[in-house]
Design a protein around this ligand. Structure first.
Ligand code: A3P
Length: 310
């Protein structure tokens, strides 16, 4: 039997209009006052959109490819700390971020755009990719979005195994709550569109799609490098592409979250399938029709488009 001591499941409550659990709001004072630095890079996502994958690529690009020891020295969630997380005896994201001694610092958040600490927006910094110093009001953000159906499925399995989130219940009721935005970090619809709208006026936000990464990881690494102004060689980019294959990351204990005490891998692994279209194995025909109809209404005012298959 599994005897790992785990915290009790938290309940969902409203936090500034967004559904949250206390693990991500207990440290709010410090999160809100967090001092971002001009060269910080924020990896922002709705949960289960490919955060770890993007974090891993960024860590390799900036550090680990040239210092392979780093890859085995600490799990990815310590190399790229989760800003708003505070789990007793495990992690306080702001402390981990404050203690990072790298430049840039890579920092992860699942916050919807309106809750991101002020210091991230009030930076004077160089626009990535420009030789001349152009000052702007925002530091670099890499946002990753994933289509709603696969995102919901991935989140369902994650909530089953992650004791820092509420019990997911059965799939049908979970999908309804997903549509209602009653998830940890709130509505998927608001999250992806909120960041998308912000991107339209902020060239410092690189908006990526999980589906594109699955379709052609190399191409997405290429685009990321050119956004960040990195002069990585073709060989380095190829090496990174190989290192971030799903099967490779799944086997790597520094990438697969197997060292996180609040997760039960016997229920479901963190690196579960890594596919586009797994929703077809979960949605019934009726659920799919209802979802599509509701989706059209919720997404009617945005230009943001997703692919549910590649
Ligand atoms: P699935 O549950 O569909 O397998 P996050 O890091 O934001 O929590 O996202 C986790 C999801 O990204 C999981 O999706 C996981 O398997 C997938 N993932 C992580 N690394 C991946 C990789 N290298 N290639 C493809 N998918 C990956």
């Amino acid at each position: 039997a599994d005897t790992t001591p785990r915290p009790p499941r938290p309940t969902l409550s409203d936090f500034h209009g967004v559904s949250m659990v206390h693990y991500f709001t207990d440290n709010w004072e410090k999160v809100q006052n967090f001092k971002a630095r001009p060269d910080d890079i924020l990896v922002a996502t709705y949960p289960k959109a490919g955060t770890t994958w993007a974090s891993y690529i960024l860590d390799l690009l900036y550090f680990s490819l040239r210092q392979p020891d780093r890859m085995t020295s600490a799990p990815i969630y310590e190399r790229v700390p989760f800003l708003e997380m505070q789990i007793p005896n495990f992690m306080t994201g702001t402390d981990f971020a404050d203690n990072l001694d790298t430049t840039p610092r890579l920092i992860k958040t699942h916050l919807p755009v309106q809750l991101v600490p002020k210091s991230f927006w009030e930076q004077k910094c160089r626009v990535p990719g420009h030789v001349n110093l152009l000052y702007c009001r925002l530091l670099t953000v890499v946002y990753v979005a994933r289509n709603a159906k696969d995102n919901a499925v991935s989140y369902f399995h994650f909530d089953r195994m992650n004791f820092a989130h509420p019990e997911p219940g059965d799939w049908n009721s979970y999908l309804q709550r997903f549509m209602d935005g009653k998830m940890v970090f709130g509505s998927w619809y608001d999250h992806v569109t909120g960041w998308w709208e912000r991107k339209q006026s902020c060239p410092e936000i690189h908006y990526m799609f999980f589906e594109d990464m699955v379709e052609d990881t190399g191409r997405e690494i290429e685009k990321l490098c050119s956004f960040l102004g990195l002069g990585s060689t073709a060989e380095e980019k190829q090496q990174i592409r190989d290192l971030v294959q799903f099967d490779t990351m799944k086997k790597d204990d520094m990438a697969n979250y197997s060292t996180v005490p609040v997760m039960d891998f016997k229920v479901s692994p963190f690196m579960r399938k890594g596919k586009v279209g797994d929703w077809k194995n979960h949605f019934t025909t009726t659920q799919n029709e209802q979802f599509d109809e509701d989706y059209k209404k919720k997404m009617k005012n945005t230009t943001l488009q997703f692919r549910t298959e590649v």
